[in-house]
Design a protein around this ligand. Structure first.
Ligand code: AMP
Ligand code: ZN
Length: 476
């Protein structure tokens, strides 16, 4: 199958480039995965959904994609959590790995072809560190091993920083014996009671950065097409991966570096350490997995995104709207003309073009939503039939509207009622009030109809009139 031309914004060159795979027709992708010491939050979810979007678009464009995403299952944070909970690090890591896998399955994120774990990569990590020591790019200090940053001339190439600027404002921790403040740990001497592995430098455990370099070596022979992660990983994590892998192999680790924007709360990154997070499980319970997918799909993957209840509720309502489109498309008569109405044709022709231009799902989604508006406005079989084209893309690229529309609409409604703590009887009462209002309006008794809406509003019910009828929600 011939492949479409794809443009990709590369953090390293800071330019949009034409994607040239190392092996024709094949793209090898590595995305940094979770550190499994707590429940995954919606911010992490954005990053993994960005990886999902890129993989899906590349497959749509005809590429064979090989996708790896790791688990960091040994780390200071895991050790601290294990101490606090009086559990082993293995128990903590295995518990949160399962929780993460469940979140990814609920969000229908494409399954990676490879899911390596740090604890299963130790032999390659040790081998790599030995190679770096031999090349004078690393040194042993008191059972720790550090990377000698000033020996790697390109250090700073990805984050576009200068070494001398990095040296100011950084300090050496009391327990580190480094030659230079910017040097980073490849191997950490084990403290009593910590999980450890035997190495030529004594018992210890790997630093965080080296695991990704070793995994990319094992799986892809140091030859990646695309390396992905959140923007927060550019420095130091990805900068260090380049120093480790390229320092050792003298080959380019990844042709393109693709970074996703942060999910923010009040302009600050959503993060475990700031405690401003919502877990993926809580989000799905209250708003559904498709609401999260659509929320992110409407925003460019590289832009920061403010997490707000208004944006969530808008996306939730749009999921229902897309299901209404699907319902109409399935009901539209089979004898409707097959030629696409011109207005839809014009929108449709730009959807794939947007997807292939630096994975601009946001623009593509904007075009799909515009097509939905046209369909609702015209409300004719040939328009709804044309929705079929959007339907397959919504499923293939955005993982949306896969369910049966009636079932999905009713599940979504029940979830909303549960969230708003409204009983089925109460919901029926509101529905019948709205029917009463409709009939008053049809009789042109507008003042009385308005009174029904006002009464509901004083009870905290917001009535929303749209092109496809009236819906209601509870005021937030
Ligand atoms: P962690 O488990 O903290 O190592 O994070 C896993 C992934 O989530 C990394 O690729 C981070 O870049 C990403 N990430 C963390 N916080 C956010 C956020 N607020 N928005 C988007 N991505 C995030
Ligand atoms: Zn990594």
């Amino acid at each position: 199958m011939p492949q479409e031309m794809i443009k990709v914004y590369d953090t390293l060159s800071a330019k949009k480039e034409v994607l040239m795979p190392r092996v024709p027709g094949q793209i090898k992708i590595y995305g940094c995965g979770p550190t499994v010491y707590g429940y995954t939050h919606v911010g992490n979810g954005r990053t993994f959904l960005t990886q999902d979007l890129v993989v899906r678009i590349l497959r749509l464009a005809g590429y064979q994609v090989l996708y790896a995403r790791n688990y960091t299952d040994i780390d200071d944070k895991i050790i601290l959590k294990a101490e606090a909970e009086k559990k082993t690090s293995e128990a903590v890591a295995s518990f949160y790995t399962k929780a993460f896998d469940q979140n990814m399955a609920d969000l229908e994120i494409v399954k990676p072809d490879y899911s390596p774990r740090a604890t299963e990569t130790i032999p390659s990590i040790i081998q790599m560190i030995e190679g770096l020591i031999k090349k004078n790019l690393a040194y042993v200090s008191n059972g720790d091993v550090y990377y000698r940053v000033d020996k790697f001339a390109r250090y700073g190439c990805l984050s576009h920083r200068k070494l001398k600027d990095m040296m100011t404002g950084t300090r050496i921790e009391a327990d580190e014996q480094k030659e230079n403040v910017v040097d980073f740990a490849l191997w950490k001497n084990a403290k009593p009671g910590e999980p450890s592995w035997k190495s030529p430098w004594g018992s210890g455990r790997p630093g965080w950065h080296i695991e990704c370099s070793a995994m990319i070596h094992d799986i892809f022979d140091d030859a990646l097409d695309i390396h992905m992660g959140g923007l927060d990983l550019i420095f130091p994590h990805h900068e260090n991966e380049i120093a480790q892998s390229e320092g050792l192999t003298e080959k380019k680790l990844a042709t393109y570096w693709v970074h996703g924007g942060m999910l923010e709360v009040g302009k600050e990154k959503m993060s475990k350490s700031l405690g401003n997070l919502m877990t993926i499980s809580d989000f799905i319970k209250d708003y559904g997995a498709e609401t999260m997918r659509l929320l992110f799909a409407q925003n460019h993957y590289r832009s920061p995104l403010e997490f707000s209840s208004e944006a969530i509720l808008r996306s939730e309502a749009l999921v229902d709207r897309l299901y209404l489109c699907k319902k109409k498309a399935l009901e539209s008569s089979a004898s409707a003309p097959t030629k696409l109405p011109a207005e839809l044709e014009a929108l449709n022709s730009r959807i794939k073009e947007s997807l292939f231009d630096d994975f601009n799902g946001a623009k593509a989604m904007g075009l799909i939503l515009a097509a939905a508006r046209v369909c609702f406005r015209e409300n004719k079989p040939e328009f709804w039939k044309a929705w079929g084209d959007c339907l397959s893309l919504l499923d293939e690229v955005f993982g949306l509207t896969k369910r049966d529309p009636d079932q999905a609409l009713s599940e979504n409604r029940n979830r909303r009622l549960a969230r708003m703590k409204i009983s089925a009887e109460e919901s029926q009462r509101i529905d019948s009030k709205l029917l009463e209002r409709l009939s008053l309006r049809e009789q042109k008794k507008f003042a009385e109809a308005d009174q029904v809406r006002k009464d509901l509003e004083t009870q905290g019910i917001v009535v929303m009139d749209g092109p496809d009828g009236t819906t209601w929600t509870v005021a937030v």
